[in-house]
Design a protein around this ligand. Structure first.
Ligand SMILES: *Cc1c(COP(=O)(O)O)cnc(C)c1O
Length: 434
């Protein structure tokens, strides 16, 4: 298998190179040159994510030095459960896919741990540590830090907007020592991204440091997410005798794209709904056919505050025109008031506490016509644990939410917080100082 850029199908690189580069030299995103059919029969009858990963992803590792290590990578990355549970049966038959049982209580652990386990088996060239530089609006940075912490040969540098992330998210970004450094940038998330881009574009800096990225444009984060959707769709078929429809809380569209790939590989997925917050770029495009990226706006589902989703470029390479795209997927936008109302209503009806991102997807189910609901077994994808957002969720559900064990462990550690000006020179100095 080779990987090609969304902009130039001529450049073909093996998986390892796509993982290390993150983004293609022409500025495009790497996609597999084809999506071979999944060995669906061989994937039935096991509930182990690592086994499913090995069977589903074998063709995507073919011809690469990592091919022989896929089993070990999958076993190391998928060492926490993914749970498909009944959800709100009082109001209809549907399920919840809980992806938040990893070390930082958000689905981004899946991708970050798989990427780290893969990169750890590529690096090792002895030319100084690989510096993973990540701009984060919240969940990504924590997941990447947790996945790379303590790994020899790697140094992680996180940039997040000072005052722009939830309190618990900030603790997850700053509770590390050793090879993880995090900077509260005096600016917005866009400033953090600008700083990271400036560093990647700084040829002199890159001669001295082996810079790499681990954000959601890295193909190494998308492949494991496809595994989770493959696993869940097979369970749904087995348990409910229907194809699955996934309602995916979406921001940068990495997660939804992984779901679309799983469907293209032949898994029993009959529908995909892109559930966005008040950042309406994608739903507006579905409605009008005009692509109009815009600055992001802040919402209570902050990990989805994206006004110009990078992975649209990959979705377009899968569905080349508006007509194909809108036939294959649907999209909607849910504002903060509706998110709050949904968290309240779901707690009242079934006692389940939802995180604000998951509530966007739950609301999407409620807005579906009855005929659409009946056509598939719908799965609300739960992307973060509600206890990550106590300021928002606890007043709405009227009770305290104890953090899950993994999160509680992180919270006992001391934090190391450093501020940084939103200035490329300041970042360069810090990068070279260590
Ligand atoms: C990142 C994130 C999302 C959005 O995922 P994308 O792949 O960017 O669309 C949704 N929910 C949570 C909790 C997240 O951290």
């Amino acid at each position: 298998m080779k990987y090609v850029s969304t902009r130039d199908a001529g450049a073909r690189v093996p998986l390892s190179r796509a993982l290390v580069e993150g983004i293609a030299a022409d500025g495009g995103l790497y996609v597999p040159e084809r999506l071979p059919p999944a060995p669906v029969d061989a994937m039935r009858g096991t509930d182990a994510l690592a086994v499913i990963a090995e069977r589903l992803l074998a063709p995507y590792f073919e011809d690469d030095p990592l091919a022989g290590q896929l089993g070990a990578i999958a076993a190391e990355a998928f060492d926490f459960p993914v749970r498909l549970t009944p959800f709100g049966q009082e109001t209809g038959d549907r399920s919840m896919l809980q992806l938040f049982h990893g070390p930082t209580a958000a689905f981004k652990d899946l991708g970050a741990r798989f990427l780290a386990a893969s990169m750890a088996r590529i690096a090792g060239a002895g030319a100084g540590p690989v510096v993973i530089l990540v701009a984060t609006s919240g969940d990504t940075g924590g997941a990447v830090a947790a996945a790379f912490h303590g790994r020899p040969g790697f140094r992680v540098v996180l940039l997040y907007p000072a005052g722009g992330v939830a309190a618990l998210q900030e603790r997850q970004l700053t509770c590390w020592d050793g090879n993880v450094q995090s900077f509260a940038v005096r600016g917005s998330f866009d400033d953090c991204q600008r700083l990271a881009k400036a560093a990647f574009a700084d040829a002199a800096l890159r001669q001295r440091l082996r810079l790499s990225s681990a954000n959601s444009i890295n193909i190494g984060r998308l492949l494991p997410q496809a595994v989770a959707f493959a696993h869940a769709s097979l369970r749904v078929r087995e348990l409910h005798g229907q194809d699955a429809g996934f309602i995916v809380p979406s921001g940068n569209l990495g997660h939804a794209l992984a779901c679309a790939w799983a469907r293209a590989m032949g898994l029993p997925i009959g529908g995909i709904v892109l559930a966005h917050n008040a950042n309406r770029t994608v739903p507006d495009y579905f409605a009008t056919g005009r692509w109009q990226p815009r600055p992001s706006i802040a919402t209570i589902a902050n990990a989805m505050d994206v006004g110009d989703p990078s992975n649209m470029e990959r979705l377009r390479s899968l569905y080349p025109d508006h007509q194909h795209l809108t036939a294959a997927l649907s999209a909607l936008s849910v504002d903060d008031d509706a998110i709050r109302a949904r968290i309240r209503a779901e707690a009242r009806a079934s006692g389940v506490a939802l995180c604000p991102h998951t509530a966007v997807a739950a609301e999407a189910w409620h807005r579906m016509p009855a005929s659409t609901r009946r056509r598939l077994h719908w799965v609300v994808v739960a992307t973060a644990h509600p206890a990550k957002f106590p300021e928002i969720v606890e007043p709405l559900v009227g009770r305290a939410l104890p953090p899950p064990p993994a999160l509680a462990g992180l919270l006992d550690r001391s934090v190391r917080r450093e501020e940084l000006d939103a200035d490329p020179g300041a970042l360069r100095d810090r990068l070279l100082a260590a």
